[in-house]
Design a protein around this ligand. Structure first.
Ligand SMILES: Cc1ncc(COP(=O)(O)O)c(C=O)c1O
Length: 477
């Protein structure tokens, strides 16, 4: 009997990401370019993922130096590396079993690193205490998210568990919820108001699933992916009150916390806002907050280091969470080290500080300029309209497509925005992602561009887009 018949209905419900068809086409084009096929461009630029190094940003020297010395401890005694790099590597190796990054660590992560992550959280949150026993390091934050959903979603429950999920949202998280058997309860971010999260919309979403599922959790992404919105403290307080009143577990996906560009925007963690609201809320609202070494200035996605901090969970639930995390033994040690370096970077006075400071300032300035340029260019193109990007890794402009294009897309069996992305890829060599991947209001279309890229890469994307789009609209009108 084929295993196909045994695949669980939840896994069957996981849809194919639109990205697949675009990625396959991108690979073919790259191969053609390698073989010398002539195209109007010499290479494909991929701005479809929130992957800073893919977009041409350079890894931070301090991070790579410490990692190098941890991998090859001979370097700890070499004068080729700054003294603080060598000391940090030595200290980190001291936390590894057998002094090697090749050993397993304890389930939650190397205890010295978990301790330092909790100290970072306390500093970040203005002194609101964080406890190492509530923190789990995982192979990227996606892993933690899936584990927490596994605990929250009773796949055999009737009615099924529902998770309030933003539209648009991070698509792999939505897929992981579906794969676990959750019902996605969409709440729409208000595009016209800069993708704001409105608490009235949460009420509407909850009402709309009465009798359909049992809502158990509320998932928020702040700063937003792909929306680029940064929530105000007031909005977060409203969300917390809502979660408390409706007895929903709050999942705060805060992986873009270092990426805030708007002059009036500031990142606050849900943990901090909850803690400052005081009892009874601060003692009762159950919260999981996620962060990652994949984003921010480091952008070390491939090292797979993320963490979750759990707040106000029943100790009995914490035992199950421990079990789930222990299945994978531990997160990759290099990912754990990346988290340590992200949460405890060089300080003024350290030998590595001047270079670290220069590199991070350079990246910050580039991202601010990218955001400004992307916003200007999108809003200058006929049919495009882009809300301000206050934070995160993406611009998510809406695209008003002519009826002729929608018809053509139908004829070839594609979503209209996937059709647009395919043409952009084939004709201009730019790989972006279609809005349908992330969820959007019926009848609207969007394109997601990663702005976490080197400035020259972003400029080239905008240049190619402008000339492609002008021609595309002319041909389609
Ligand atoms: C909002 C959001 N959450 C979680 C993740 C997962 O990140 P990682 O697993 O690399 O930490 C991503 C990745 O793009 C993301 O955009």
């Amino acid at each position: 009997m084929s295993v196909l018949q045994e695949i669980s209905p939840s896994v069957r419900n996981m849809w194919q990401l639109e990205y697949g068809v675009l990625a396959r086409q991108a690979s073919q084009i790259k191969e053609q370019l390698r073989q010398g096929v002539r195209k109007p461009y010499q290479e494909v630029i991929d701005v479809s993922w929130g992957d800073p190094h893919r977009g041409g940003l350079k890894p931070l020297s301090f991070v790579r130096q410490v990692l190098a010395a941890c991998l090859y401890p001979e370097l700890v005694n070499s004068d080729k590396l700054p003294v603080d790099v060598r000391q940090r590597a030595q200290r980190l190796l001291g936390g590894c079993v057998g002094g090697s990054v090749g050993s397993y660590t304890t389930t939650a992560g190397i205890s010295e690193i978990v301790q330092r992550v909790s100290e970072f959280i306390t500093r970040r949150d203005g002194g609101a205490p964080s406890y190492p026993e509530n923190i789990y390091i995982s192979p990227g934050s996606q892993w933690s998210l899936t584990n927490i959903f596994t605990v929250l979603v009773n796949s055999e429950g009737s009615p099924r568990a529902g998770v309030l999920t933003p539209v648009p949202s991070h698509c792999t998280t939505t897929l992981s919820m579906v794969g676990l058997g959750a019902v996605i309860v969409p709440y729409y971010l208000s595009e016209e108001q800069g993708w704001e999260l409105k608490v009235e919309e949460l009420h509407r979403a909850l009402e709309s699933v009465k009798g359909v599922c049992k809502p158990v959790a509320l998932y928020v992404i702040n700063p937003g992916n792909p929306s680029g919105h940064v929530q105000s403290r007031k909005s977060m307080q409203e969300v917390i009150r809502f979660a408390s009143k409706k007895r929903l577990f709050l999942l705060a996906d805060e992986v873009y916390q270092d990426c805030v560009y708007g002059e009036k925007s500031e990142f606050f963690s849900y943990k901090r806002v909850l803690s400052e609201m005081g009892p009874p809320l601060s003692d009762t609202v159950e919260l999981a907050s996620f962060h990652s070494a994949s984003k921010g200035f480091m952008g070390e996605c491939g090292l797979r280091g993320g963490y979750v901090e759990l707040v106000n969970l029943d100790p009995a639930v914490m035992k199950y969470i421990y079990n789930l995390f222990s299945i994978d033994s531990c997160a990759p040690v290099l990912g754990q080290i990346a988290l340590d370096l992200m949460t405890n970077p060089p300080q003024p006075g350290d030998p590595s500080y001047p270079l670290y400071n220069m590199e991070t300032q350079h990246i910050r300035a580039a991202l601010i300029r990218n955001v400004k340029r992307a916003h200007e260019v999108f809003n200058s193109l006929l049919g495009f309209s882009c809300q301000p990007v206050e934070g995160g890794a993406f611009a998510f402009p809406s695209l008003h497509l002519p009826p002729k294009v929608i018809q053509k897309a139908k004829e070839v069996g594609m979503q209209p925005d996937t059709f647009y992305c395919m043409r952009l890829l084939e004709e201009a060599g730019v790989l972006a992602s279609p809005g349908c991947e992330y969820g959007q209001k019926e009848g609207t279309y969007h394109i997601r561009f990663c702005i976490m890229a080197a400035e020259e890469t972003m400029e080239e994307v905008l240049r190619r887009l402008t000339s492609f789009h002008t021609q595309f609209m002319e041909d389609s009108s």
